[in-house]
Design a protein around this ligand. Structure first.
Ligand code: GRF
Length: 190
């Protein structure tokens, strides 16, 4: 059974989708720790509801990005993980930690990469009147949202689509695609 760490910053709905898939054996793995840089992330509550260990590493409590990442790196080392999933983790990581873990660190990004790296992807898709939008799952590299792509999920943008419905529809495909890809990684197929 693979050891999975999930890094979050917010709601953690994708985290919950991963946990449920582990619990129902759709993923041959276990979330051994949920790490949040945000002490108020609701994902921490979700993790506790499933009795999963949580760890807060609050970037605001460090005087530099390096110090924050040293602590994060040490903690990930201790966990001895097979896979690190960035699921709504809103910090950009530096070269050292990425180079150390890149082969086993994946990120979920809410756009059809290479379109729209960075923030506000839904707004950009709508304001550009795109016909399609979606999500990408990729290995993390030192360039933001630009590592090797593993999978994409595509949806059509409806006429007069509102951002709320778009976000909701994006979440729905994320909740299916991310556990599926994690399962494939845990099986050694990716
Ligand atoms: C997801 O849409 C993900 O693509 C983006 O942030 C959101 C996190 O949602 N990076 P949640 O915290 O998993 O509910």
């Amino acid at each position: 059974m693979k050891r999975i760490a999930v890094l979050i910053s917010g709601s953690g709905s994708n985290l919950e989708a991963i946990i449920k898939s582990c619990n129902s054996n759709l993923i041959n793995g276990k979330v051994i720790s949920v790490i949040s840089n945000n002490p108020d992330a609701y994902g921490l509550v979700r993790a506790s509801n499933y009795k999963i260990d949580t760890k807060i590493i609050n970037h605001n409590q460090f005087s530099s990005r390096n110090e924050f990442e040293e602590v994060l790196e040490d903690y990930l080392d201790q966990l001895n993980v097979d896979l690190i999933v960035l699921a709504g983790f809103m910090r950009i990581l530096g070269k050292k930690i990425i180079n150390k873990f890149s082969s086993k660190m994946i990120n979920l990004h809410p756009s059809l990469l290479p379109l729209y790296p960075g923030l506000n992807t839904h707004e950009k898709a709508l304001s550009n009147k795109d016909k399609e939008h979606g999500v990408s799952i990729h290995f993390v590299s030192t360039e933001l949202d630009a590592g090797p792509i593993i999978a994409k999920g595509v949806i059509n943008i409806n006429n007069n689509e509102k951002i709320e419905t778009l976000v909701d529809r994006i979440h729905k495909i994320e909740h299916k695609l991310l556990p599926k890809i994690i399962s494939q990684i845990c099986e050694g197929n990716i």
